[in-house]
Every structure is written in C-alpha cells, then in structure tokens.
Design a protein around this ligand. Structure first.
Ligand code: IYR
Length: 222
C-alpha cells in the first residue's frame, strides 16, 4: 500500500491582480539594477548577514528536495590569499593559452584579465560546492538528482538575495577550479560550482555599459 503523504496546508495569501502587477514591477526594477562587480571595498559584512543570505539560497527548489549544495564561507585572509594565487595561476594560463580568440573577443567589453585581486579584497568569498551524491547512515552512496540545475537555482537565489540587501557579488569561475576542493579540504562527493565574492562595492566602482536583451528577443508566446 502507498505510504501516507505527510502534507501541510500551503499557506500564502492570494493577492489582488493590481497588487501582483505592482510587486512584479517593483521586483523587476530592483533586479534590473543588479550588476556583476569586480571592485570590492574591504569593509566587512556581519556573519549573521551572510548566514541569512545562505538560508535564502537554500530555499531554492532541488531534485527530489535533496538540496545538493554546500556553501563555504571564506573570510580568513590566508585562505583568501591562497585562493587568489591558485585562481590567478589558472587564469593566467587560460587567458594566455587556453581561451580561443573568439572567447577573448567576447570578453573584451568586460575588461577582465587574469588578475583577481578582488579575491583578497572582498570581505567574504562564498564558494559553492555541488554534491553529486550523499553517504547514508551505513556509508552507502545515495544519488542526488538534477544537481547542476538545483545548484544553479540556489546560486541565482543567492545573487538575488545579495543584491536586494544592497550588497554586490561576482559569479566567478576560475577554470579549472579543483584547487578549491584541495584548499578547503572538501569531501569527494563535492565539486566546486561557483566562487562568489560578496561585499560592498569599492567607492567609485565602474561597470561595463551593457544592455539587456529586450522582451521581444527573449520571449516567444504561443
Ligand atoms: N574566468 C575568467 C574568464 C571569464 C569568462 C567568462 I564566460 C566571463 O563572463 C568572464 C570572465 C575570468 O574570470 O576572468
């Protein structure tokens, strides 16, 4: 026989349509101000705030509700320095020998290069790991599902939470980034997914003048 489902009422107020429209507009205009920032102030952010941001990230949906993510928060100056050095080593190699001409051309408007001083300056680095499996109480492997999608969603929620708090972040993917597993001594079921410096923008921060695609370009109605 099928096991009884453990259900609870879905408790959320249904809003009038005008209120829905207003909220959509306010949220869009707030989110549309989000930018990837590469120059951080070294002003610290309280641990409680980082914990709250991570709790929000972990409200994301995930395959079979496995929540296949670990968020490592790095504030320690020595570990940040090690991460910067390892990232710059890989990035130097990428910019000089691994990335195609086309790729470098596509990146040119962003003004990026192999230097990653923000990895030491930002008050915290959130290193997100994806967990492809778990160990159960008997030490047997238990599969996670849609890990890439799930962790991507959690990172999206995290970036939105950081932005709405008035803080800034960068989705950084030094490649390859297995050095993060070693430096942070992560277990074999975890692989690095994203490196997200978080903090306040450096005063006078400039960002590239990028335009977002229009609705016509991104939406197709049927
Ligand atoms: N990881 C490199 C290169 C880079 C790649 C992409 I795709 C970007 O959108 C930005 C940068 C770096 O961080 O510089």
């Amino acid at each position: 026989m099928r096991k009884e489902l453990n259900l609870i009422p879905y408790q959320r107020e249904i809003l009038p349509e005008e209120e829905i429209a207003t909220r959509c507009d306010i949220f869009f205009r707030m989110m549309d101000k989000r930018r990837s920032v590469r120059s951080f102030s070294d002003k610290p952010i309280p641990d409680d705030i980082i914990n709250q941001l991570i709790l929000t990230a972990s409200t994301a949906p995930s395959g079979a509700h496995k929540q296949p993510w670990t968020f490592c928060i790095v504030k320690d100056a020595i570990i940040k320095e090690k991460i910067r050095n390892a990232a710059e080593k890989e990035e130097y190699e990428s910019y000089h020998n691994r990335m195609s001409e086309e790729w470098l051309e596509d990146l040119a408007p962003l003004g990026t290069d192999w230097h990653k001083e923000f990895l030491e300056i930002a008050p915290a680095l959130i290193v997100v790991f994806k967990r492809s499996y778990e160990f159960d109480a008997n030490g047997n492997k238990r599969q996670n599902y849609y890990v890439q999608e799930s962790v991507g969603l959690a990172c999206g929620f995290l970036l939105a939470a950081i932005h709405q708090a008035g803080l800034v972040s960068l989705t950084h993917t030094p490649s390859p980034m297995n050095f993060l597993s070693q430096l942070l001594q992560r277990p074999p079921n975890e692989k690095p997914f994203l490196l997200i410096p978080v903090g306040y923008p450096d005063p006078g921060t400039m960002v590239p003048d990028l335009k977002r695609k229009s609705l016509q370009e991104i939406a197709q109605w049927y």
